[in-house]
Design a protein around this ligand. Sequence first.
Ligand code: ZN
Length: 226
Amino acid sequence: MYRMMSATCPHCSVAMHAGISFQYLGCEPSEFETQDLYRALVSNCPACKRLIVSIERYWVVDNGEDDRTLEVRMVVPRAVAAKVVPPEVPQPYRQDFTEAYVIVDDSPKASAALSRRCLQTILHEHVGIKKKNLEQEIDELLAKGSLPSHISDSLHMIRQVGNFAAHPMKSTNSGEIIEVEKGEAEWNLKVLEDLFDYYFVAPAKAKERKDALNKKLIEAGKPPIK
Ligand SMILES: [Zn+2]
């Protein structure tokens, strides 16, 4: 079987539209409709030419007419290439973000713990908010009302699921440990990217534009903008 798919190359991070071939592992699907089946998804990135292989666990449904993905695990490469963090973002935020990004597939819990720590360090060191815990710190930041709404909405979501990875919490109904879902870990990364942009990248770009304008004003013999 052969399909086209659009994705981001895990090696070079370039958006790719590539053919993907399916290689069945073990038996052909139609004979074993009631158990998990496995197949390898194989493609090559058109940009960097490197091989990408994932193992998919799936079920056959609708009498073999269709299938349903249960799990996809990438085996080549072992992890997604580190996302390029904009150069304006200082350490240690870069390091924490990159590590949280690289391990998000293998350990959402560890990734979420790292990204929460990164968020907390930004609040402590850059914004100057220090409270008893991250939830209270997010509350304080939201209370300032200074963030663009898309960021404050996202932070509110983190606040709602808060601190699960760092401090395991039990469900009040079932008494079970609440697990950090991969979706939540990915959500944290997205919020960090937004905050990076808001606190570091956008101000640096604005300063660049102002400096360029002032250079022209001075050249024209006019006073620069403060
Ligand atoms: Zn590539």
